[in-house]
Design a protein around this ligand. Structure first.
Ligand code: AHR
Length: 512
């Protein structure tokens, strides 16, 4: 009887060990730092991102500085937004910066032809944007107009922003209330120049890039980080031509990739009403970012083996059908647990490519696409995506650690993906942070991790999860999905053993 019991016991034990996924984490001396700018955001003059988002009516009864909502500012400061991209997007190539300075009453109105055909009153312009960045304590990232602007217009904008010498432009800036130059660093030379930014061929754009980039000057103590408009998803030729002809004239080259649930631009899929097959397709389309980054980086390596040029993924995120009954040109969508998983997986991909990906911008901060915050009158709602950025902020400017493992699969019918996504880093205090996503909709997964050259004593964690992949936060129930303490990590010898609940994002902190 006793031997049968011990047989059963050891069989159960070995099955448990057998059922664990093995992982190892190593600290290498030449590991890259994860730039905090990977955690950047994007705010376009689109729908209710700027107007009725960041920038509200004087009469609205919320805390404000000028017309900037301070409840939004406080929420974004908490997640340490490192940079904010503005004014577009497609809007950038129709934006004329001089319309957005000086007395607000006299600013001309324009039609926002890209986004809903609404009237744009230009009340939010250069000074207002830089005031917002000042409040957020983040770096501004401005996209200049190549599509419908001129070289002179862009050159003068940079002079207005960054020069400390006396000139008509700098006098105008002072007259408008700003004595000191802002010294804006990140500068986009056009946006999607292959599409809404002018429908150019790459051979045409590369010459335009060089012309615009030449006259967008560096001023005293204000070197400009010029960023070229890069490829649409898998257009590898675009990257090749830009790198071959202009790599020495740019700080960064962009890449845009959106995760469409169905993969179909005409019928992208609902933000909240979807079944498991569409859920797994979404995650597969999101994981495609890894292949894109790898292949674009390989091309960049050919011309820039020292990796001086950054790959800047300045538009990413999930893009669904708009919420029923909302303006189709406003791109307002809800944000579910699936969005949190998309954010966690994509940020892990960027972290793991930190050597080349040194900046990224989720589209878009407020009320548009994969938003961090939704607003309704004077209420704000933090989305599941917001909470992922909150947990992942520990990776900003930390040293990337190398992770080795083979993920178990998760499949639905003919679609198969790895169930687990992970990245890890070590900060300046020696604390190790591991971010893990379990995409499997049905199974908890146990992982045993051996940590090499890393000594640690305690493991604490936070988890974001819910019962269903399409669970959401609402204005009525704002806290359904939010980080809570995670107690499922154990130390066994120097190994870390953790069981990841299905559909979860977890960030663990291991302290020496
Ligand atoms: O983020 C919405 C739009 O998507 C941007 O304006 C454009 O650059 C992209 O096509």
């Amino acid at each position: 009887m006793k031997s049968l019991f011990s047989f059963l016991f050891s069989a159960t034990l070995s099955l448990a060990v057998f059922g664990q996924t093995k992982m190892s984490i190593t600290s290498g001396s030449s590991a890259p730092v994860i730039s905090r700018h990977i955690y950047g955001h994007f705010s376009e003059h689109l729908g209710r991102c700027i107007y009725d988002g960041f920038w509200v009516a004087d009469s609205m009864n919320v805390p404000k500085k000028d017309r900037i909502r301070l409840d939004i500012v406080e929420a974004l400061k908490k997640i340490k937004v490192p940079n904010l991209r503005w004014p577009g997007g497609c809007f950038a190539d129709e934006y004329h910066w001089r319309d957005g300075i000086g007395s607000r009453k006299e600013r001309p109105k324009m039609v926002n032809t890209n986004w809903g055909g609404v009237s744009e009153d230009n009340s939010f312009g250069t000074h207002e944007f830089l005031e917002l960045c000042g409040l957020l304590k983040c770096e501004p990232y401005i996209a200049g107009n190549v599509g419908s602007g001129t070289v002179e217009e862009m050159a003068k904008w940079v002079e207005y922003l960054n020069s400390d010498a006396q000139s008509t432009m700098t006098d105008l800036r002072k007259q408008n209330g700003q004595n000191e130059p802002w010294r804006v660093k990140f500068w986009g030379v056009g946006n999607e120049s292959w599409g809404c930014g002018g429908n150019m061929t790459v051979d045409y754009y590369v010459n335009e890039y060089k012309r615009y980039a030449t006259y967008a000057r560096n001023y005293n103590n204000a070197p400009l980080y010029r960023i070229a408009s890069g490829a649409n998803v898998a257009d590898y030729n675009w990257t090749d031509v830009l790198m071959k002809n202009a790599a020495n004239r740019m700080w960064g080259l962009t890449l845009h990739h959106y995760t469409l649930p169905t993969g179909n631009w005409r019928k992208k899929g609902s933000a909240t009403n979807f079944a498991e097959k569409e859920y797994i397709s979404t995650m597969k389309n999101c994981l495609y970012m890894d292949e894109l980054v790898t292949r674009h980086s390989t091309i960049m390596d050919k011309y820039d083996p020292e990796k001086k040029v950054a790959l800047v993924v300045d538009e990413w995120g999930i893009w669904t059908d708009v919420e029923p009954g909302t303006n189709p040109g406003f791109l307002y969508q809800q944000n579910s647990l699936r969005d949190a998983l998309v954010a966690g997986v994509t940020l892990n991909i960027f972290n793991n490519h930190a050597e080349r990906v040194r900046m990224a911008n989720l589209a878009q901060t407020i009320n548009v696409l994969q938003a961090l915050i939704l607003t309704q009158g004077n209420q704000i709602l933090l989305t599941p995506t917001y909470h992922v950025f909150d947990l992942y902020k520990v990776h900003q400017d930390a040293k990337l650690l190398s992770v080795n493992f083979t993920s178990p699969d998760y499949s639905v019918e003919d679609v198969k993906i790895p169930a687990i996504s992970v990245s890890a880093s070590q900060d300046s205090t020696g604390a190790v942070h591991i971010s893990l996503v379990n995409m499997d909709a049905n199974k908890n997964i146990t992982i045993r991790t051996s940590l090499y050259d890393i000594s640690w004593k305690t493991a604490d964690g936070q988890i974001i999860t819910a019962d269903k992949f399409n669970d959401i936060n609402t204005f009525e129930k704002p806290g359904l999905i939010r980080p809570v303490m995670f107690k499922g990590a154990k130390k066994e010898g120097n190994d870390l053993v953790v069981t990841l609940p299905k559909l979860s994002v977890i960030v663990l902190e291991l302290k020496p």
